[in-house]
Every structure is written in structure tokens, then in C-alpha cells.
Design a protein around this ligand. Structure first.
Ligand SMILES: C[S@@+](CC[C@H](N)C(=O)[O-])C[C@H]1O[C@@H](n2cnc3c(N)ncnc32)[C@H](O)[C@@H]1O
Length: 232
């Protein structure tokens, strides 16, 4: 794995990664969430799509199965989670191309992808890393291409606010030596992901959908690379 002091694995501590799929099935309405996200990607045959922070590969596999005419690539910074993803794709007969890469250093030329998607990954990044990941995603999108970001948003009801308090307490305990990590949920919980994308140069960044889950709502945010952005 690439070394970076601020890397946070799928469920926090690396030893928990093997429990990621059952945890997600339990805590979020996974089928509804992933299915809606793939629909929002508006994929068409011949397109190239990249999933950034793909984790165990569930979304990339679903996108490939639903759209066999699309070339699906997926990256994650963690070799162990990629091994799970590769096995899942092989079992499903889905030809997803996986690579190990950090979100802020993608191994593709400028303008490679029609769509980029990233789900439940941005809350792993401190504010400055969110910004450089968004700028890097913009680089690999073709002019006119779109990023779909799905990640936790601010709760509007009481149970969610209890989750936020527990989360704040846990983050202070887990990352007490790194204030930037303690605050890594701030943009999410203030619904500032569209502003993060605008700040990185995306046009028309806005929340387009939101689903409730047993923990926090998941906001789906879309932003575009301007049509007149210079080609590679
Ligand atoms: C909560 S999981 C989400 C996985 C998957 N996208 C999903 O929807 O289930 C976050 C993933 O992001 C990856 N990740 C965290 N920081 C990263 C970074 N800087 N670059 C690439 N991947 C990263 C982790 O290894 C983990 O697999």
C-alpha cells in the first residue's frame, strides 16, 4: 500500500476490512443506494468509467453487469480490499479493471473518463486531501464528463444527530494527534460537498438525490468538467 500518514481503511482499522461487506449490508440500504447511484451515472455503451476508492468493488461490479458495453475501471489505495474486490468481480464474471492508486494520484492520462464515481470515500479524507482528490478527478475526466459523489450528509432527524455526537467523540479519540482528521467529517456534515467540488473547478456542482440509512443520510452530488475545458 502507498504510505500516507492519513490513510483510513474501509472500516477504520485495517483488521476490520474483511467485515466491510456485512457491515454495509446491515447499516445502509445497499441495494437501493447502489442501484440509484448507477442510474444517476447515465452510462452509455462505449463510455469509460472510473470508481475512485472502490473498496470491495460492489459498485464497480454492479455498473459493469448493468452496462456490459461500458469499460469500468476501479482504484483503491489498499491492496487487501482490492483482493476482495478482484475476487468478487471474478465470481460475477465482470471484467472490471482494478488498480491500486491514491485518489490524489490517479494513474491515467488527462481526459480519460466519461464518468467518475466515488462512493463513501470522501469522508475518509481530510479537507486538503478532499480538495486535491477532487482536482485529480477533474483532470482525468474528459471535457463535458461528470463526477458522481455519494457520501454521508447532515442528518435532519434526531437519531442521526445522536450518530453525529458518537462519531465526533470517536474521531477525537481515534485521531487525537491529527486535528485535520478529527474534522474530516465536517464538510460532509455541513453538506459542503458541492462546495468542495466547485472549489476544485467543477461546474454546476449540486446535490441531486439523498437516501436515508440506519446511520446517516447519503447525499449524491454531481459536478461536471466544463465542455470548454482544455483537452489533454
Ligand atoms: C468506506 S470505503 C467505501 C468503499 C466503496 N466505494 C463502497 O461504496 O463501499 C472507503 C474506501 O476508500 C479507500 N480509500 C481511503 N482513502 C483513500 C485514498 N486516499 N485513495 C484511494 N482510496 C482510498 C479505502 O481503502 C476504502 O476501501
Amino acid at each position: 500500500m502507498h504510505t500516507h500518514a492519513r490513510y483510513i481503511h474501509a472500516l477504520g482499522p485495517a483488521v476490520l476490512t474483511r467485515f466491510y461487506d456485512p457491515a454495509v449490508r446491515l447499516l445502509i440500504r445497499e441495494e437501493v443506494f447502489r442501484s440509484q447511484l448507477v442510474s444517476h451515472m447515465q452510462l452509455a455503451p462505449g463510455q469509460r468509467v472510473l470508481d475512485v476508492g472502490c473498496g470491495t468493488g460492489t459498485l464497480a461490479v454492479l455498473a459493469q453487469q448493468r452496462h456490459p458495453g461500458v469499460e469500468v475501471h476501479a482504484v483503491d489505495g489498499d491492496d487487501k480490499v482490492l483482493a476482495i474486490a478482484r475476487e468478487k468481480a471474478a465470481r460475477a464474471g465482470a471484467g472490471v479493471r482494478f488498480e491500486r492508486a491514491m485518489a490524489w494520484e490517479l494513474p491515467y492520462p488527462d481526459g480519460t473518463f466519461d464518468r467518475v464515481v466515488s462512493s463513501l470515500m470522501f469522508h475518509h479524507l481530510a479537507a486538503d486531501d478532499k480538495r486535491r482528490a477532487a482536482e485529480e478527478i477533474l483532470r482525468v475526466l474528459r471535457p463535458g464528463g461528470a463526477l458522481l459523489l455519494a457520501d454521508f450528509g447532515s442528518p435532519r432527524e434526531a437519531p442521526g444527530r445522536v450518530v453525529v455526537r458518537a462519531l465526533r467523540w470517536f474521531e477525537r479519540l481515534a485521531h487525537r494527534r491529527d486535528d485535520d482528521l478529527v474534522h474530516r467529517f465536517d464538510d460532509n456534515l455541513a453538506d459542503r460537498l458541492p462546495a468542495v467540488l466547485s472549489g476544485a473547478g467543477f461546474s454546476g456542482a449540486a446535490e441531486i438525490d439523498r437516501i436515508s440509512t440506519a446511520i446517516l443520510p447519503i447525499a449524491m452530488v454531481r459536478g461536471h468538467k466544463r465542455d470548454d475545458a482544455p483537452e489533454a
